[in-house]
Design a protein around this ligand. Structure first.
Ligand code: C2E
Ligand code: CA
Ligand code: CA
Ligand code: CA
Length: 273
């Protein structure tokens, strides 16, 4: 019997039937959506911050979207975790990768940047999947960038070196995503060779108000400089943030200030006149 004032332990310990059945409904819906090719790829431009204000689009990040007939567009935050748990992420990731490479062939010199999940990266056919996406699309390998979070490499630490070596042989670019939020940022930089790092938006959001946040970003920029890494600042939402990043010497930027993700790979920037 339950006692007043105590946590209802039976509820915590036993899986909630309702939550569980809704979850498995969503999972089978996602499985069907993947099979029917209903995972879409949206794109968000990455711009040059150091070209005198022209904000030339140099790259674009591919972001998964699930269009559900009844619900509308579902964001990755609402299905990527489920996709990871159920193993569907590998198929979703592959669909996004294929779509992104194909779309990029129509973009003049623009690099396409694709997110890679831990489970996708850990598969021993990952290198082959990437090679196939390049071959099918005809995209030159140096126009594809793979974004790996710190946890992706850590979780696959046994194969990470070999897989990263294969990808390097292919000639694709490698980025550390969400830099600074993981617990092994520095170990990762010491152990593996990356081409660029993306400063997580949580660091960017405070730079106008906080000298401490500015200091952290400046530190990351200096580190990147010493290691010859390109840098992208994520989550730029204001002109003030852009100006500060520009003054600090950050080369590239991405964020709502320039453009929200959109279903077309052809970049259109927000005009601020
Ligand atoms: P992420 O890789 O860090 O991607 C950046 C996220 O920040 C995107 O959210 C983007 O829409 C959002 N964003 C960009 N600029 C701004 C800004 O100025 N302000 C704010 N508040 N947000 C901004 P999105 O598309 O919802 O994706 C969320 C996460 O889902 C991604 O974070 C990534 O971790 C994951 N994800 C998305 N697509 C894929 C995919 O194809 N494969 C895998 N494995 N993960 C994906
Ligand atoms: Ca990313
Ligand atoms: Ca990120
Ligand atoms: Ca993130």
């Amino acid at each position: 019997a339950k006692k007043q004032g105590h946590l209802p332990l039976d509820v915590i310990q036993e899986p909630d039937r309702e939550v569980e059945s809704r979850r498995s409904e969503t999972e089978s819906a996602l499985r069907e959506a993947v099979a029917r090719g209903e995972i879409e790829t949206w794109y968000q431009p990455i711009v040059d911050l150091q070209d005198g204000g022209a904000a030339t689009v140099v790259a674009t990040e591919a972001l998964a979207r699930w269009r559900r007939p009844a619900t509308g567009i579902m964001m990755p935050g609402d299905f990527i975790a489920l996709a990871e748990e159920s193993g569907l992420i590998a198929d979703i990731g592959q669909a996004v990768l294929n779509q992104a490479c194909l779309a990029a062939t129509a973009l003049d010199g623009v690099i396409v940047s694709v997110n890679v999940s831990a489970r996708q990266f850990a598969r021993d056919d990952f290198g082959a999947v990437v090679r196939q996406a390049l071959e099918m699309s005809g995209l030159p390998s140096d126009r594809l960038c793979l974004e790996l979070t710190e946890s992706v490499v850590v979780e696959a630490i046994e194969y990470a070196a070999a897989t990263l070596h294969d990808l390097r042989e292919l000639g694709v670019r490698l980025a550390i995503d969400d830099f600074g939020t993981g617990y092994s940022s520095f170990t990762q930089l010491r152990t593996f060779t990356f081409d660029l790092l993306k400063i997580d938006m949580t660091f960017i959001q405070g730079i106008e108000e906080s000298g401490r946040d500015r200091g952290v970003v400046e530190g990351i920029l200096r580190l990147a400089d010493v290691l010859h890494l390109d840098v992208i600042a994520e989550g730029i939402e204001t002109a003030g943030q852009r100006d500060l990043l520009r003054e600090m010497g950050c080369r590239y930027g991405q964020g709502y200030y320039f453009s929200r993700p959109s279903p077309t790979a052809h970049p259109t920037l927000v005009s601020h006149t």
